[in-house]
Design a protein around this ligand. Structure first.
Ligand code: ADP
Ligand code: GLC
Length: 484
């Protein structure tokens, strides 16, 4: 049994902006089931403090010299009962508006301090100075928000925990001015290309990639992609130099939370034995969303952050033709203001054929996943992607671009065991052709049923990948003599 601290900036069901929250809930639960002593560390946002019951204060301490004391709370995650430490520093985390941004969309100016503190506490929990009666042997960091933890660990000259850095998205790097070194209690000498420096800035992600013992990305294909100039967002040189330490482990999903037979968000539940119940749910969804109630209209679904990454601008351009041929579209998403606006305009123009909900709505995301016939995910890049796996599990075959985790998880419909519709070129024309192909298949019930069932039978749980993480932890702990 390994003592693992899983440090993350969001976790479902307490607080979520994207797939990181889902993984932060489901991977630790899977590790726990496999016998590991895994504990989470998360910031004490309002939603976290409200959502966790029976919290105990387990430590009071100043994170950086001269700062007021913060509290460390301990509790258990709802449902999975995975132990969780909460960094309770209300001045930094109890805010109205977003986790990372204020309501107008700009980043909180003190993000480096907020997530520098999170990183520092993660490192402390893996050090001889652990403020609690438990010391991690391995600190598992996730994305830039915890990227300084490996640096703090390495700066500790005594025996300390090893670290793994999982990259969920290399486009988000947490790059800030050099002046932050001092408040974050980092020595000037780490500001070096063989350290935390990245194009003249202090980079949280670079720090993680440089100092962590091993680097993991969330799919094998993405592990290759981030070593290229086109997709490495400037980190490719470092990653190539460390290629022996880089691996890709495909995310799994929580197969209990995402199960159409038991989903608490669905009015009509179903499984592979009776897909007519899925159609019943589709009719209810059409009614609820103000779409024409028509069992035979192929319904396309989108649940996504509305950003460049997701390629949804391409979809906007090819939609009119698809809608004219009888398709419907249900969108749930938020993100870039311009994309939100363009989707809302489309909904106004095609009343009864297009429904657009701008916002974040967990229940509706499940209902669209279940009610739609085809799920769309034309991402320009996609480190892993979870929605395509939810789609397959819900008998809603996805249309995906062959990139990152989409390439690793979806089998093209023209192949044996096909589970979705895969295309290569990120263009409006190719996307349109692929959606047309998916709609043709939908109209041929026998073919479509086969694709649906292939997806529903696919193993998308965590078991295999969680075991790969455990093997990796063990390799790291065995090969490094300085471990605890
Ligand atoms: P990413 O993390 O890049 O956004 P993923 O596919 O890995 O993409 O995960 C996205 C997660 O966030 C999924 O659980 C998806 O259902 C959820 N999600 C995205 N946008 C919304 C939204 N507007 N409302 C509810 N859930 C959303
Ligand atoms: C990131 C990626 C997404 C991935 C998720 C969880 O948000 O954009 O592809 O599925 O992290 O790892």
């Amino acid at each position: 049994m390994t003592r693992i601290l899983f440090a993350t900036s969001e976790v479902h069901p307490l607080i979520k902006t994207g797939g990181l929250a889902d993984v932060s809930a489901s991977l630790p639960a899977a590790l726990q089931e496999l016998g590991q002593d895994v504990r989470l560390l998360i910031p004490g946002y309002n939603q976290v403090l409200d959502g966790l019951k029976a919290k105990k204060t387990v430590a009071n301490f100043a994170v950086f010299p001269g700062q007021p004391e913060v509290r460390l709370l301990s509790a258990k995650m709802p449902d999975t009962l995975v132990p969780v430490y909460v960094l309770d520093a209300p001045q930094y985390f109890c805010r109205v508006a977003g986790l990372y941004q204020y309501h107008l969309g700009g980043d909180w100016p003190d993000n480096p301090m907020r997530f520098g503190m999170l990183s520092r506490v993660a490192a402390l929990l893996g050090s001889a100075d652990s403020p609690v009666n438990w010391q991690a042997e391995l600190v598992h960091c996730n994305d830039w928000q915890t990227g300084l933890a490996p640096a703090y660990l390495q700066l500790d000259k005594r025996i300390h925990a090893k670290s793994v850095m999982t990259v969920h998205n290399i486009a988000f790097q947490g790059n800030y001015e050099r002046d932050w070194l001092r408040p974050l209690n980092l020595p000037q000498h780490v500001f070096d290309m063989h350290g935390v420096e990245f194009h003249g800035n202090l980079s949280f992600l670079k720090s993680g990639l440089h100092y962590a013992d091993r680097i993991v990305t969330v799919s094998p294909t993405y592990a290759h992609e981030i070593q290229t100039t086109e997709m490495g967002y400037g980190m490719q040189g470092l990653l190539t130099a460390r290629k022996e330490d880089v691996s890709g482990i495909l995310n799994g999903i929580d197969v209990n939370e995402w199960n159409p037979a038991t989903d608490k968000h669905l009015g009509v539940r179903y499984d592979e034995h009776d897909l007519s119940l899925k159609t019943k749910g589709k009719l209810a969804l059409q009614q609820r969303l103000g779409l024409e109630v028509d069992e035979h209209a192929p319904m396309l679904g989108v649940v996504s952050r509305l950003t460049y990454q997701k390629g949804l601008d391409l979809l906007l351009e090819c939609l009119p033709t698809l809608l004219e041929s009888g398709a419907q579209l249900a969108v749930l998403g938020n993100g870039e203001a311009e994309l939100e606006r363009r989707y809302q305009l489309l909904a106004q123009r095609y009343t009864g054929r297009v429904s657009v909900n701008v916002g974040f709505d967990e229940a509706l995301s499940h209902q669209i996943m279940a009610g739609a016939d085809i799920f769309l995910m034309p991402s320009r890049f996609e480190p892993c992607g979870l929605n395509q796996m939810y789609g397959m599990r819900y008998g809603t075959p996805p249309v995906v671009r062959r990139t990152g985790g989409l390439a690793d998880s979806v089998i093209n419909a023209n192949l044996e065991g096909g589970t979705g519709f895969v295309f290569d070129e990120p263009s409006t024309f190719v996307l349109q052709q692929t959606i047309k192909w998916a709609i043709e298949c939908y109209r041929d019930q026998k073919t479509f049923r086969r694709i649906q069932l292939n997806g529903m039978h696919r193993d998308v749980g965590w078991q295999r990948s969680a075991q790969m993480y455990i093997d990796l932890y063990q390799t790291i702990l065995k090969t490094q003599s300085a471990s605890i």
